[in-house]
Design a protein. Structure first.
Ligand SMILES: Cc1ncc(COP(=O)(O)O)c(C=O)c1O
Length: 293
């Protein structure tokens, strides 16, 4: 419905349709940021008395949202460790949603989404996956059994550091609550922003391929350095999530994390790398995990 633009316009509808097709879902809704998309998604499916089980590797501000907002609405939440294979033990009788990132933020640990989907279906739990890493192309959680997939289009979909946006795509059975919440919370993006992401989609495949090549060659060099203990990048053979990545993903991207060997100062390394013109530009970022989370 066009309304007066408060429910969307032709450009936002075109972007929603494009993302639905890429994600292999029923329909999508757009939000002004990735975090707004996640926050509204949680509010769309959860009510007082419900519990949401969240991957501890989730994007930090999601945890902040849970800590400072969900309790106000009587919604319980708890975390499962993505490094231990015991997520099913965290499902309670009142669990309504399992919220995951695969791979997770910072260490890029892969989750077994089809196994999670099977348990969620039996227990009537909605499986919601943050697919920002997968960017609609490298991984498609809905095809692996998830009910809801969220992508921060601010990153690879936009691709030019000039637009913020989030997109949520669902299976048909899960769409109505999302649509209602997006209308009730007045969530909409401008035609101009939707145009910028539509433009980004045209080069998404090529950009992701190049990012993936660069990250893999950098990761391959890093693992050979004495100063490096571990490189976290699921496309790297030897990464703990490599087998799941081979099974569930068709590509990768430019994100990797490094753990230095004992005695190497991460802070000194970052300070040395942050020379003008290197690593601080939008094209390349280097962060200290404990300082940004
Ligand atoms: C995995 C993940 N999800 C969601 C978000 C939130 O996206 P936005 O910055 O558009 O709010 C981010 C941002 O870094 C992210 O890394």
């Amino acid at each position: 419905m066009l309304s007066y633009g408060a429910r969307g316009n032709e450009t936002t509808f075109a972007l929603e349709d494009a993302v639905s097709a890429l994600e292999g879902g029923y329909r999508s809704k757009l939000f002004p940021t990735g975090l707004a998309a996640i926050a509204v998604t949680l509010m769309a499916y959860l009510k007082a008395g419900d519990h949401v089980l969240i991957a501890d590797a989730a994007y930090g501000p999601v945890k902040q949202f849970c800590a400072s907002q969900l309790a106000n609405y009587g919604i319980e939440f708890s975390y499962f460790s993505t490094s231990a294979d015991d997520w099913a033990a965290g499902i309670k009788p009142n669990t309504r949603m399992l919220y995951v990132e695969s791979p997770g933020s910072l260490l890029y640990d892969m989750q077994d989404l089809p196994a999670m989907a099977a348990v969620c279906k039996q227990r009537n739990v909605i499986l919601c996956a943050d697919n920002t890493w997968g960017s609609c192309l490298s991984c498609q959680p809905l095809k692996l059994g998830a009910d809801v997939s969220v992508v921060a289009a601010t990153k690879y979909l936009g691709g030019h550091s000039d637009v913020m946006m989030g997109v949520v795509t669902t299976q048909e059975a899960a769409f109505a609550p999302l649509e209602t919440a997006s209308v009730n919370f007045g969530q909409i993006v401008s035609a101009e922003d939707a145009f910028l992401v539509l433009r980004g989609l045209r080069t998404l495949d090529l950009r992701l391929q190049r990012h993936a090549q660069s990250a893999l060659s950098l990761a391959g060099w890093l693992v050979q350095q004495a100063a490096v203990r571990t490189v976290f990048h699921p496309a790297l053979p030897g990464d703990s999530g490599h087998a799941l990545w081979l099974r569930d993903c068709t590509g990768s991207n430019g994100l990797l994390s490094v753990e230095f060997a004992p005695g190497i100062s991460t802070a000194r390394f970052i300070a040395a790398a942050y020379r003008p013109g290197r690593c601080r530009r939008v094209e390349s970022r280097l962060d200290h995990a404990t300082l940004i989370t």
